[in-house]
Design a protein around this ligand. Structure first.
Ligand SMILES: Cc1cc2nc3c(=O)[nH]c(=O)nc-3n(C[C@H](O)[C@H](O)[C@H](O)COP(=O)(O)OP(=O)(O)OC[C@H]3O[C@@H](n4cnc5c(N)ncnc54)[C@H](O)[C@@H]3O)c2cc1C
Length: 318
């Protein structure tokens, strides 16, 4: 049942795995509530502690920006040949507590330092599940052969936990803040774009036009293509153009790196009504917009976008 739900949400086909019995065992979730405070525990350890709702009745949230909280892996599925989709669960009556567009930071123990203290590897990730979803969040993670954290994620089994802190707000999206949003994403750089696309498309009062240029190494590397294609086919305000370095014979999209021509044809022209979002590996950032500064501020705008007349206030680098 869970696989079907995750597959439906993520538009991934699970094949034989759908047959396995992987129902989440909510029996293991013991909810202890009483008096003025509410504390939810999974099984024996304090996985998710939820403060009582605010006095103004604001919904309970699972994340805490000041505290590492353990989230339990509910399940994971292969999303492409080198990326996996992970679903983490928490109290089913709470939301994660994340505004669009935000990321979370994760940490995992990696050995000990000279004084015998636990060393941690810490990496940010961008949830792609609906921020209003209760009881779970999803991460789409590319697994690098030498990647410390992504290999750690790949080694996790259902029931294992990851420590999470957040949210960290990147760009505060508000409906109709711009008439036309252009997006340039490479590989897993699609994750913050998905947060914003989902926020726009699920809001009938948001009239923002969205144009996405999505670059990958090969057609097989395109993440969540099925979901993106269905969204574009059913929402006239979403246009997507894919380009790959290594096309197959029957590939109908663009070929090679994102070019000036692709930007001119596919994205809104420079204007006060335009915002271009960029997220991808360092090579793509350098080519398109220049990378962020060392202190993680936006840094100078360079690259194709600068050459085409966009200004710094028209571009946001994730
Ligand atoms: C704000 C933010 C949000 C992010 N959201 C996501 C997300 O939703 N999903 C996701 O998969 N990642 C995301 N990332 C990237 C993520 O934080 C890690 O950097 C990534 O998972 C690699 O970490 P690692 O520890 O596995 O690899 P590391 O141990 O840091 O690197 C080991 C080796 O892996 C390879 N490698 C690592 N990163 C890259 C790269 N970007 N391009 C090419 N080779 C690389 C290199 O060979 C490197 O030497 C995000 C990054 C930021 C800054």
């Amino acid at each position: 049942m869970f696989f079907r739900r995750l597959a439906k949400d993520a538009w991934i086909s699970f094949g034989d795995r759908m047959k396995s019995d992987s129902r989440i065992r909510y029996g293991a979730l013991a909810a202890i509530s009483g008096g003025v405070s509410t504390c939810y525990v999974f099984s024996s350890s304090n996985l998710v502690y939820l403060d009582q709702p605010n006095e103004d009745g604001a919904p309970k949230v699972a994340l805490n920006p000041d505290k590492w909280i353990e989230f339990k892996l509910q399940d994971k599925v292969q999303a492409s040949h080198n990326s996996q989709l992970f679903r983490f669960s928490f109290d089913p009556s709470a939301k994660l507590g994340l505004d669009v567009a935000s990321c979370i930071i994760t940490r995992a123990p990696m050995g000990q330092n000279a004084e015998g203290k636990t060393k941690y590897v810490i990496r940010p990730y961008t949830p792609i599940s609906d921020p209003n979803a209760k009881g779970y969040f999803d991460l789409l993670i590319k697994v690098y052969p030498e990647g410390k954290m992504s290999q750690h994620f790949a080694s996790l089994k259902p029931g294992d936990v990851v420590e999470v802190k957040g949210p960290i707000e990147k760009l505060r999206y508000s409906p109709n803040m711009k008439k036309h949003i252009g997006m340039i994403a490479g590989g897993t750089g699609i994750t913050p774009m998905l947060q914003i696309i989902d926020a726009i498309l699920k809001n009938p009062d948001d009239n923002t036009q969205v144009s996405l240029l999505y670059a990958n190494v090969s057609p097989d590397d395109i993440l969540l293509k099925k979901k993106l294609d269905v969204l574009a086919a059913s929402n006239p305000n979403l246009k997507i153009f894919y380009t790959v370095d290594n096309p197959t014979k029957d590939w109908l999209g663009g070929k090679g790196y994102i070019s000036k021509d692709m930007v001119v044809k596919g994205l809104p022209s420079p204007s006060d009504d335009t915002l271009i979002l960029v997220c991808g590996p360092p090579g793509l950032m350098k080519h398109i917009s220049g990378d962020k500064a060392k202190d993680r501020s936006q840094g100078q705008l360079t690259g194709i976008l600068k050459e085409l007349g966009y200004t710094e206030d028209m571009v946001y680098k994730f």
